[in-house]
Design a protein around this ligand. Structure first.
Ligand code: PRX
Length: 625
């Protein structure tokens, strides 16, 4: 066996010994007494009895050991500003916010919702929550009022921290009106709102409820806020993600398992050490941002780059310029970002010195071979495709150069990451499949440290959603198709459910269709050269006189799109809305989404013998012709 195989084998077959060693990467205020308690499957509790704190491990440890080392580097090409914070400064900022939150009555286990753009204050707030044992729930700034209101009602935050505005591609996006609208729509009312004022958009303060971030910060500057030691399985955060139903799922993360998993990944997956500089282009509203903008690099004692901007402004060389300027060692981005760059002048790739870079990591959606080859050759660096999910918290499949430099195969995220017992199952028989056969990718419990511990407030939904879909097996379904080739390389072949992936953003198609005039709607993901997939909607209207003329039809389509923007956010906006009088369904009434998708992509529809009304499919063929 080679080194990788040995390590992976040991992580699963000698689980307790393996993770005991890895757990020493973090500080335990009280040592754990049991490595994993899996006595109530499929639940697992890691490092039972151990007491620790994410903020202490990410900030205090380094502030003591290497106070002047850079912790956070902020670059904004939106407002043309940059700022950097040493570990000592980061600790001071975090304590000031933590003290402010304590003044507002936030304590252990209370939720704080963070609805913020990519600014340092967002990172300070996340870490401040971790410090005092509060559970943060970051909501992506691109989500609009209805999405936000759903999350407020589910997480029931005591406090919401926000900012006047974000900015995207030079356009100011005011947040406060959206936030006020969301709070007015939600049943749960936060006790307080804390506002960062970037002076980008004027806003109203609600007397008695709204507070100024800067005032609190100044009031508590220099105050020491003690760390609250949490039992390892106490929650650190909730992060909402889309599934098959219209109701987003609150992925709940523990404390100790997550800290150990991320610290381990920084070494084995990312080959990083303290003092390195890590640049992840995701957003703090997504799991990649939680794990690899905020917690992972800081747990590793590294400098992390927080970037507010796009990959093409002021020009397509900006990422490489930042790599050169900050001597970035590892860049983590998405295939869509690279496809966007591919459309730019190729000279952009060689304009800057990227010799500090060891590798480029890409995740979040399938990485196509031409894009991987283009960027890998252009940079002269390895491109490491890694596959994971909001639920897993860190990579499930990836090359692990920190253990062994295994050859890369384009199109494959290589092998299972240590700790993940991943297998492929037949979706109807539950049989485990041999190499070469396509099936559902699943993880045999106990899930490794760092993976979700449950869904917030809904243990039953956790079990029913993830552990009940593969017959005769209580295994975690990823809801992705996959296969393993003869050499052991894994391939991910798309979702088995209604989730689509637009530009690396995970969207639930059921959430998209709620216009007052829509009787019924099917939203499908159609392959797109730039974004991977785009959403296309087929709507059956209640009142069809609204689309009597071509002009009315176009206006109605625009109106539906506008409503998606206002309710869910522009990320969820479908690329097209087609109007039909019926949707193709099975005789039992299930919409044949896969058949619709095949028609839209110009592929053969396969077996449609179960279809109730062939005329409905003909309408779709006609609509997209
Ligand atoms: O379908 C898979 C796809 O993105 C889904 C998870 O999305 P999200 O929860 O937003 O987490 C992203 C974390 C990186 C997966 O179920 N996906 C993610 N990475 C890859 C991928 N599909 C193919 N290749 C990947 N590397």
């Amino acid at each position: 066996m080679n080194q990788y195989q040995l390590a992976h084998h040991r992580s699963v077959s000698e689980r307790d010994a393996f993770w005991t060693t890895e757990a020493s990467r973090i500080h335990w205020e009280t040592p754990f007494t049991e490595v994993v308690d899996a006595s109530r499957p499929p639940f697992s509790k890691w490092f039972v009895g151990g007491r620790t704190n994410l903020c202490f491990n990410a900030v205090d440890r380094w502030a003591k050991k290497q106070p002047q080392d850079t912790a956070l580097i902020w670059h904004s090409t939106e407002v043309d500003r940059e700022n950097r914070y040493s570990y000592a400064q980061l600790l001071a900022e975090v304590q000031a916010v933590a003290a402010g939150l304590v003044e507002l009555g936030v304590g252990r286990g209370d939720r704080v919702l963070i609805y913020m753009p990519m600014i340092p204050e967002a990172v300070f707030t996340m870490l401040a929550c971790a410090r005092i044992g509060a559970v943060h729930s970051v909501v992506f700034g691109g989500f609009a009022a209805v999405s936000l209101a759903n999350r407020i009602d589910d997480a029931r935050p005591d406090v919401i921290v926000s900012a006047d505005a974000g900015s995207r591609a030079g356009k100011i996006l005011p947040y406060k009106p959206l936030l006020d609208d969301a709070i007015s729509r939600s049943q749960h009312q936060p006790r307080a709102v804390v506002m960062v004022d970037r002076k980008l958009a004027a806003f109203d303060m609600v007397v008695g409820r709204d507070h100024c971030y800067e005032t609190l910060r100044q009031r508590y500057w220099g105050v020491e806020v003690p760390v609250v030691w949490l039992e390892s399985s106490e929650p650190s955060y909730i992060l909402y993600t889309s599934g098959t139903t219209g109701k987003p799922k609150g992925v709940q993360r523990d404390t100790g398992g997550y800290a150990v998993a991320l610290a381990t990944s920084m070494d084995y997956v990312f080959q990083c050490k303290s003092g390195d500089t890590f640049f992840c282009t995701s957003d703090i509203g997504w799991v990649v941002g939680h794990s690899y903008i905020v917690y992972g690099p800081l747990l590793g004692g590294m400098a992390t780059v927080l970037y507010e901007g796009t990959p093409v402004r002021p020009d397509g060389a900006i990422l490489w310029k930042l790599v050169e300027q900050e001597r970035v060692n590892v860049l983590f981005s998405s295939p869509t970002a690279i496809r966007v760059l591919k459309k730019q002048d190729p000279a952009m790739l060689s304009r800057h010195d990227v010799s500090s870079l060891r590798a480029l990591y890409l995740a979040g959606e399938p990485l196509d071979e031409p894009t991987a080859t283009w960027i890998s050759q252009g940079l002269g660096k390895p491109v490491i495709d890694n596959y994971w999910q909001t639920e897993s918290g860190w990579p499930i499949l990836s090359a692990q150069p920190g253990i062994e430099q295994t050859p890369l195969k384009f199109g494959s995220p290589s092998f299972p990451v240590i700790g993940f017992d991943v297998r492929v199952f037949n979706e109807s028989t539950g049989e485990q499949l041999p190499a070469g056969e396509k099936g559902v990718v699943a993880i045999v419990p106990p899930l490794p440290p760092g993976a979700l511990s449950t869904l917030w407030g809904d243990d039953q939904r956790f079990v029913d959603t993830y552990f009940s879909s593969i017959p005769n097996q209580q295994v975690y379904s990823t809801f992705d198709w996959g296969l393993v080739d003869e050499e052991g390389y894994w391939f991910i072949l798309g979702r088995t459910d209604d989730v689509i992936n637009v530009a690396g953003h995970r969207l639930g198609t059921r959430e998209i269709s709620s216009h007052a005039n829509i009787a019924e709607c099917a939203v499908v993901g159609i392959s797109d050269a730039l974004k991977g997939q785009v959403a296309v909607a087929f709507a059956v209207l209640k009142n069809t006189t609204a689309i009597d003329s071509d002009a009315q039809r176009a206006a109605h389509e625009a109106d539906i799109m506008r409503q998606v923007d206002q309710q869910l956010g522009a990320v969820a906006r479908p690329a097209r809305v087609y109007f039909v009088t019926a949707l193709p369904k099975t005789r039992s009434g299930k919409v044949l989404r896969r058949v619709i998708q095949a028609v839209c992509e110009g592929r053969a529809t396969g077996d449609v013998t179960t279809m109730e009304d062939p005329a409905a499919l003909a309408q779709i063929q006609e609509a997209v012709r």
